[in-house]
Write a protein that binds this ligand. Structure first.
Ligand code: PSU
Ligand code: MN
Length: 305
């Protein structure tokens, strides 16, 4: 790893070196997934949650063309508030670096950089996946193919409910990415507790997840990640009826406003946040904080000798 272009903060570098628990965090959720000005406050809350659970947070992003693993407060502020912060998937990283750009990293890019830096656990809200209508648009998030080749454990609340969840689970099977439910055999639905899809496996504790990570490393037969799907309790989910109505309106808006490609996910999330008058935002924040806490506990369990 060339530290001139991919640089861990001093705190993160020391923690990795010493084998202490570290949790990678993405920046796209901050720059493109949450509305301003709440996004910066939430970014700090996510990091604090990781610390409170005994791990070091490493929020990843690109500042002036340099990839930073463990953004400091001023870098985080810059990515949360500046205009023109790019949304960077894996394929964009070198191009953006050469251009000296500022960019926020998606799940795909964050996972890849975390693995490269030696961080085994990562927390996000909801993964990207196969979009509705993908049979025509071919729109499938690079999060899926990145997790197929990146040995990182990702704690999430399933995939975003704006997606074709069944098709996404099929693709994850094909790509060889294991999915385990945390305390459930049902795949969570991001804003909703239950997506309506069954899972083959579930775990009950951070130690269970750590055992899977050790077995995978011991086998050495798969370079794929591990998805730990952590559902919201039912009393914290978005009202399912409101969810379905707002989603239908949002999907209709895509065609009306000519939205395609990487703009689709931010558009739909912003639509939810305005159409539910902030209720989906509160739910999204709860999702991220719960996942950050669980990821930190997994990092602690997996670094215990
Ligand atoms: N989870 C959230 N909010 C987000 C995202 C995840 O709660 O904004 C971001 C992640 O960075 C993920 C991206 O990688 O959405 C997916 O975008 P796309 O569908 O364009 O691949
Ligand atoms: Mn896409």
């Amino acid at each position: 790893m060339d530290e001139r272009v991919i640089r861990p903060s001093a705190e993160v570098a020391e923690a990795i070196q010493a084998g202490r628990p570290v949790v990678a965090l993405e920046s796209t959720i901050v720059s493109h997934g949450l509305p301003r000005p709440d996004n910066l406050k939430v970014a700090h809350e996510i990091e604090q949650t990781v610390r409170d659970a005994g791990a070091v947070p490493a929020t990843i992003g690109m500042v002036g063309g340099q990839l930073v693993v463990g953004l400091d407060s001023s870098q985080l502020t810059r990515l949360a508030t500046a205009d023109g912060v790019a949304k960077l998937s894996v394929r964009d990283l070198a191009v953006a670096a050469a251009a000296g750009a500022d960019g926020a990293t998606t799940v795909a890019a964050t996972a890849a950089i975390a693995a490269r830096a030696g961080i085994a656990v990562f927390a996000t809200g909801g993964l990207g996946g196969v979009h509705r209508g993908a049979a025509e648009s071919f729109d499938e998030s690079a999060d899926l193919s990145a997790l197929a080749r990146t040995p990182v454990t990702v704690v999430c609340a399933g995939v975003k409910s704006i997606l074709d969840v069944g098709a996404t689970l099929e693709r994850l099977e094909t790509l060889g990415v294991p999915v385990v439910g945390y305390g459930t055999r049902r795949f969570p639905g991001f804003y909703l507790t239950d997506s309506g899809h069954d899972l083959d496996w579930s775990v009950r504790s951070p130690e269970d997840v750590a055992r899977i990570m050790r077995a995978r490393a011991g086998h050495g037969v798969s370079g794929a990640g591990l998805i730990v799907a952590n559902p919201l309790p039912t009393d914290e989910q978005l009202d399912p009826q409101l969810h379905d109505q707002v989603l239908a309106d949002g999907l209709a808006g895509l065609a009306r406003d000519g939205i395609a490609g990487k703009a689709v996910t931010p558009y739909l999330l912003a639509h939810f946040h305005s159409a539910t008058e902030g209720r989906s935002l509160a739910v999204n924040v709860r999702i991220i904080l719960r996942n950050a806490e669980l990821a930190a506990r997994v990092a602690v369990a997996s670094t215990r000798p």
